[in-house]
Design a binder for this molecule. Structure first.
Ligand code: MG
Length: 372
């Protein structure tokens, strides 16, 4: 099955509410949908979800796919995913989000060809559902508590509170108030999104540790692995690395330095499913657990992350997979991903098990959409 071409377009979909995070605000989502087509006309879909304050831009992903990755893959065998990554890495340094979108499309194409759900290609399911953790990021106690109550009514039990922007006393009061409305099986997590200056981080994080959240995530800037290790040594709850681990090499470095107990694996950060599975193996080897993170992917990207999380045993801390249902105005797929009791269920169709909704794509696209 030879690759004929790789197409991509940007879409700009409104969000239901803006949020503020340690690294910066979320005001809109501009994603890139990618289609890989084989010579026989078979197609697979992938998605990139860059966030300028975190990594990448939609325009950069589009250029990377159209000018570099697509030409590098034309004529290659679609099922040869390791070779595809080698070709992509030779053609273009970095750009994990663009590579992730292509990697997702190749996996979709492969599993569709074999007529099995993608999780079967990835070793088979070790779980049939993945818990959804919702991010509370309004930075206002009343608003965040009200949002948590409404979501609990819709079955969500795990909440990741985006912290570090308020004075510490207000932050602690906000976290206590949110915990106060959780059900008995509710779950509170805390994420700083790199927001604390390294020299002030320990004091704040130790105060949060007293509340015994399920984990504390990325208090300091991504490059400051030494502070991550120093903080971890003082905590009694697990410390999670998110922005500190993009690549396989960064995962190895964090593991060697004892800088995290859990790693948030986002398909976008590392370049897709192929690399995500390598990172999971490094974590497992060092006794670290994993969390299934997400950026702002719509249905295609989240479906891919779901197949990865459901077939990777070490990913046992749930996910950020609420995005298409709760944040975006449009999930860009023909049928929503099934959710039950605060868990996303594995889609069962061939490939990713979801189909892009081309009418929706044309409605939100800001660059030309393929027509053939
Ligand atoms: Mg995070």
């Amino acid at each position: 099955m030879t690759i004929r071409d790789v197409d991509a377009c940007i879409y700009d979909v409104p969000i239901r509410h803006a949020g503020r995070y340690g690294v910066g605000p979320l005001e809109r989502v501009r994603n890139v949908l990618v289609r890989v087509r084989a010579e026989d006309g078979a197609v697979g879909y992938g998605e990139a979800s860059p966030w300028p304050v975190f990594e990448g831009t939609a325009e950069g992903v589009l250029a990377a796919v159209q000018r570099h990755l697509g030409p590098a893959l034309a004529g290659a065998q679609a099922h040869a995913i390791a070779e595809a990554h080698a070709r992509m890495d030779r053609a273009l340094a970095g750009h994990p989000f663009a590579k992730a979108a292509v990697d997702l499309a190749l996996h979709d194409l492969l599993a569709r060809r074999w007529n099995v759900p993608l999780y079967q290609v990835l070793g088979g399911p070790v779980r049939d559902r993945v818990q959804v953790g919702f991010s509370l990021a309004q930075q206002d106690q009343g608003a965040d508590v009200a949002e948590a109550r409404a979501l609990i009514g819709r079955g969500i039990k795990a909440f990741k509170v985006k912290t570090g922007l308020l004075p510490l006393a207000d932050e602690l009061a906000r976290l206590e108030a949110i915990r106060g409305v959780l059900p008995p099986d509710g779950d509170l997590r805390v994420d700083f999104n790199q927001g604390l200056p390294s020299e002030r981080a320990l004091e704040t994080v130790l105060a949060i540790n007293e509340l015994r959240p399920t984990f504390i995530e990325q208090p300091v800037p991504r490059w400051d692995i030494a502070s991550m290790a120093r903080i971890r040594a003082r905590l009694t709850v697990p410390l999670m690395a998110d922005e500190s681990v993009f690549s396989l090499q960064e995962a190895a470095q964090v593991a060697r330095m004892g800088a995290a107990d859990i790693v948030s694996i986002k398909l976008m950060k590392c370049g897709g499913i192929y690399r995500a599975r390598q990172i999971a193996a490094v974590c497992e080897a060092f006794g670290m657990a994993c969390y299934a993170g997400a950026m702002w992917e719509a249905g295609i990207g989240i479906a891919a992350a779901l197949h990865f999380a459901a077939s990777t045993p070490v990913v046992r801390y749930g996910s950020d997979f609420y995005i298409p249902d709760f944040l975006l105005e449009d999930d860009m797929i023909t049928r929503p991903l099934p959710m039950e009791d605060g868990y996303m269920l594995l889609p069962d169709g061939p490939g990713l098990g979801v189909e892009p909704e081309l009418d929706a794509l044309r409605r939100w696209a800001t660059t030309p959409v393929w027509t053939d």
